[in-house]
Ligand binder design. Structure first.
Ligand code: IPM
Ligand code: MG
Length: 355
């Protein structure tokens, strides 16, 4: 019997509720295989600041580094918005990514047929969408120097080195090899020097993957094409800020931000988290949609632990719950047969996943 050590960072707002449901599903699926989980909780975000004065205590980094993978809920909330920037929950998250070295953020956007009417776009445009944003996560303008501000001026710098581009490009091409073998690299090479280098280096890396078809697109055009014809995309390779923006846009193709998972990988320990935020306005009411977090747990099984069969079981259980008409409140207007609470949805999926 194998025991996987999972660091649980529940975070703020709805974080604890949705992580609890993912744990329920993980334990349920594990009962069908010869592995189980040992969880260790760690604080990050506003809750960590409240207890320790630091949104990312060192102990949290230690617990994460001592695990096989990190399952992460969500952080932040209006309560901490007035704090100086380095004390804010978001700063903790950025430091966490950097400390772990997770440079590749994988954000799939999949449209579930059962929820085709939930999208704000026409069914004919979104039916069958299945794309993956591969976003560079620990470089670019988020971290570049110089940066600063004074009374009348604020400045940040977008920097990428060849090595940083090479490693994220490899991730994108490797993922494309397991999918439809298309990479569209996003940049602003008509304006930015950093993007010119990006494009050249991506071209170089592409030579090692002759089966993969590479195209390039300016980021403004990509934002437009995602809405016009999202089915043209398989893997979208982006820098940090372009991927931040485009992955939010891509997520809405599916109709609910409550559905989509993500994985941050590239280092020894990966971080698996829903793409949505902590939604403090609905926290504690039992109405949050746990599916994105449950799907993140499935990505963790697949990418961190190599338990593909168990991951398939969870993915199929999510599809089955949606197909049978179970909906949390956010999706109640879309072909719901039964509207259920956060914990009921977790139990339904846990039950299907164990079959
Ligand atoms: C995300 C978020 C973060 C980011 C924020 C909270 C720092 O928007 O994970 O996409 O910009 O990376
Ligand atoms: Mg974002």
């Amino acid at each position: 019997m194998k025991t996987y050590k999972i660091a649980l960072i529940k975070g703020d707002g709805i974080g604890p509720e949705i992580i609890d449901e993912a744990v329920k599903v993980l334990d349920s699926v594990a009962s069908c295989f010869d592995f189980d989980f040992e969880y260790e909780e760690a604080l990050m975000g506003g809750c960590a600041y409240d207890v320790t004065g630091d949104p990312l205590p060192q102990e949290t980094i230690n617990i994460a580094l001592n695990s096989d993978a990190v399952l992460f809920g969500a952080i932040g909330g209006v309560k901490w918005d007035k704090l100086p920037r380095e004390k804010r929950p978001e700063s903790g998250l950025l430091r966490f990514r950097k400390e772990l070295g997770v440079y590749a953020n994988l954000r799939p956007a999949v449209v579930y047929d059962e929820l085709i009417n939930a999208s704000s776009l026409k069914p004919s445009v979104v039916k069958g969408v299945d794309l993956m944003v591969v976003r560079e996560l620990i470089g670019g303008i988020y971290f570049g120097e110089p940066k600063g501000r004074d009374e009348n001026k604020g400045w940040n710098t977008m920097v990428y080195t060849r090595d940083e581009i090479v490693r994220i490009a490899h991730q994108a091409f490797k993922i494309a090899m397991t999918r439809s073998k298309k990479v569209c690299s996003i940049d602003k090479a008509n304006v930015l020097d950093v993007s010119q280098l990006w494009r050249e280096v991506v071209e170089d890396v592409a030579k090692e993957y002759p089966e993969v078809e590479l195209s390039h697109m300016y980021v403004d055009n990509a934002a437009m094409q995602l809405i016009r014809d999202p089915k043209q995309f398989d893997v979208m390779l982006t820098g940090n800020i372009f991927g931040d923006i485009l992955s939010d846009e891509a997520s809405m193709l599916s109709g609910s931000i409550g559905l989509l998972p993500s994985a941050s990988v590239g280092a020894k320990i990966g971080v698996y988290e829903p793409i949505h935020g902590s939604a403090p306005d609905i926290a504690g009411q039992g109405i949050a949609n746990p599916i994105a977090t449950i799907a993140s747990a499935s990505m963790m099984l697949r990418y961190a632990l190599g338990e593909n069969e168990a991951a398939d079981k969870i993915d199929n259980a999510i599809k089955r719950a949606l197909k049978e008409g179970y909906r949390t409140k956010d999706l109640a207007a879309y072909d719901a047969k039964e509207v259920c609470s956060t914990s009921e949805m977790g139990s339904i999926i846990a039950n299907y996943a164990a079959k």
